[in-house]
Write a protein that binds this ligand. Sequence first.
Ligand code: ADP
Ligand code: ZN
Ligand code: MG
Length: 476
Amino acid sequence: MDYEAVIGLETHVQLKTRSKMWCGCANVFGAPPNTHVCPVCLGLPGVLPVANDEALRLTVLTGLLLHARIEPFAKFDRKNYFYPDMPKNYQITQYDRPSTTGGHVEFEFEGGIRRVRLTRAHLEEDVGKSFHFDRHSGVDFNRAGVPLLEIVSEPELASAAMAYAYLNALKDILVHGGISDCDMEKGMVRCDVNVSVRPRGAPTLGAKIEIKNMNSFSGVRKALDYEIARQTDALRRGRTLQQSTRRWDDAAGITEEMRTKEDAHDYRYFPDPDLMPFAPDETWLAEVRRRSVELPLERKQRFMRDYQLPACDAQAFVADVPLGDYFEAVARSSRHPKAVANWIINNLRAQMAETGVGLHELKFTPAAIPELVELVERGRINSKTAQDVFVEMFATGAAPEAIVARRGLAQVSDAGALEAFCDQVIAAHPKSAADFRAGKAAALNFLKGQVMKLSRGKANPALAGEILERKLRQHP
Ligand code: ADP
Ligand code: ZN
Ligand code: MG
């Protein structure tokens, strides 16, 4: 029998706010333990939480970027459980009335575009961090109360590779939208992985196995590969699988059972009496809508379509948004956007990296690169010369045509002048000429190089090549 995997992901993302979710403590990573804590995030008696407005805005902005429904009414519940890293003994979370429902993520996978639907995205708070030493343990509450958004997917992912692609696409959207820095090293994105296996095409889902608290996408992929094989193997042997929670042991490369459904928590959810429900008004929503951005995939597709760029060039302008914006501003006036993109991605980036000059400090005008492209297209200079012109225009801000005129760099396409160069070269290199006539095609390139050298780089290379070849064949 043939089996298929079904995967759904619950992705937790730390929001990029300056302060924590319910208090004014800084939301920063890496500070000495317990230096960003206060009575609110330590859960001391008698304190009152105040919702962080920016976290609410980022939650709704995420909903917009993920094509979700923005709910007119959301509320916060208390999820009760006892754990040392959670000082209040409950976590505040949107439970049955989350801020956003539905939506989807689109991403490139196996040569096509896939769409995975989302169930919901709800706002909650992070917990502290436990540390275990030789003879004692400690807890750092700096992370306690950091705003955390949980994005829940429908069970629509079909393989480890697809889950990996989904996670990367989701991360790109969140980073692009300024929702989160998504720095994995700093634990800003963590994932609960749900996976089941069933006979291919079966009408119902198999028993859900949840792998908790994964902190790297490559870990998710490895854990899924392992778990799908394990479950498939068990089913093949005729065993039935139980809904359960497992843990990924990265060093050993295996998952281990932690608990089954029978010992699942009862969280005793109830509405937090200290917090007002969240019902954003139209003005507030409009302000958030203004912060919406074009999605990375849409941007890539638009660059490919509108400027006929290859996928890798378009991707370069998605990865570096200011560079892509600069490209758009200058390419609009050019008949050769593809060539303009080449200059920006290769030459401009290299010069900027070498000199430390930023896009706002460029000395040449926005018209300069299209002008340079035009000079090459018209045959006024060859592409080798254009490289030198670019370096000078980057350094001084002079216009390409002015540089060409002043330094006398115009390409030599005049047949008479080229013939003279070719005659001179053939006379100076009788051995290579003889080699070519004897059938060594490579000798022509050498001779062509000599013509370029003689012309100080200005010969029209294509024409020079033609003339050379004709002359070599004419005079055996
Ligand atoms: P819970 O309430 O226990 O968190 P949910 O039904 O809300 O469980 O689902 C949590 C996540 O697990 C979602 O991402 C969902 O898509 C996924 N999921 C649910 N059932 C299955 C299943 N049988 N196999 C794989 N994933 C599943
Ligand atoms: Zn605090
Ligand atoms: Mg769950």
